[in-house]
Design a protein around this ligand. Structure first.
Ligand SMILES: CC(C)(COP(=O)(O)OP(=O)(O)OC[C@H]1O[C@@H](n2cnc3c(N)ncnc32)[C@H](O)[C@@H]1OP(=O)(O)O)[C@@H](O)C(=O)NCCC(=O)NCCS
Length: 197
């Protein structure tokens, strides 16, 4: 798919580029990112190079786009959000934010934009701007990741349950929560998530 920039004039999303590699390597050494994602620990500069030059490029060549999250156009990135194709009609969303930029709603705004793009009808023949035409975006997080759950709940995902040993983290199986947002679901906060999540 063609690289796509998304913005609502509060947050700017564009494909990460080689100039972002040092910042990615620095941010991904934050223990909270290692704790809640499947990224390598320790995180080396070579991991960031492989991510940008390999994973990001091949993702955009297919149906698995990744965006750098920037607080201003062309500013250094402060986070990452992306979709991994899971079926012809669905993709799983993933994201992380530098701890110095948390607590301001940047990721919730970014996730809203990515979901809007993912769930909008695909071209040609649809009114611009075309999206990816997916029916479903899925969110999964290791059990206990309340900050990630708050982003999903705030951005229209419905809680669907707990998958026992549902995901692997660096060779260890962990339970995970799962939620989904369908193209017919409203984008606003969802009230009926189980208490304590
Ligand atoms: C998950 C993660 C991205 C959430 O970051 P975050 O800063 O809490 O998320 P947002 O940027 O959406 O900010 C939401 C916070 O800003 C507040 N906020 C302020 N203005 C806001 C606005 N306009 N819109 C939404 N929230 C706003 C919210 O109340 C919330 O704060 P609270 O948790 O104290 O209530 C971050 O904790 C992280 O990177 N964790 C490590 C990696 C990770 O877990 N990734 C997900 C794997 S599934």
């Amino acid at each position: 798919m063609r690289p796509q920039t998304l913005t609502d004039a509060t947050v700017w999303l564009d494909p990460p580029i080689p100039a972002d590699i040092d910042v990615i390597a620095e941010v991904c050494r934050d223990p909270s990112i290692g704790e809640w994602t499947s990224m390598p620990v320790p995180y080396r500069r070579a991991d960031a190079e492989e991510f940008v030059d390999g994973f990001v490029v091949s993702g955009w060549a297919g149906q698995s786009p990744t965006w750098a999250v920037r607080p201003a156009p062309a500013a250094p990135l402060v986070g990452m959000v992306g979709l991994i194709e899971s079926a012809e009609f669905s993709a799983e969303i993933g994201f992380w934010l530098a701890s110095s930029h948390r607590g301001r709603g940047l990721m919730s705004t970014a996730v809203q934009q990515v979901c809007a793009f993912a769930l909008r009808p695909a071209g040609p023949g649809v009114a611009a701007p075309a999206g990816m035409g997916l029916q479903r975006v899925e969110w999964r997080a290791f059990v206990g990741n309340h900050d990630s759950a708050a982003v999903a709940r705030r951005t229209g995902f419905r809680f669907e349950g707990t998958l026992r040993s549902g995901a692997v983290q660096r060779g260890t199986l962990r339970d995970c929560w799962i939620a989904g947002r369908l193209h017919s679901d409203p984008p606003g906060p969802v009230a009926d998530w189980p208490s304590g999540i």
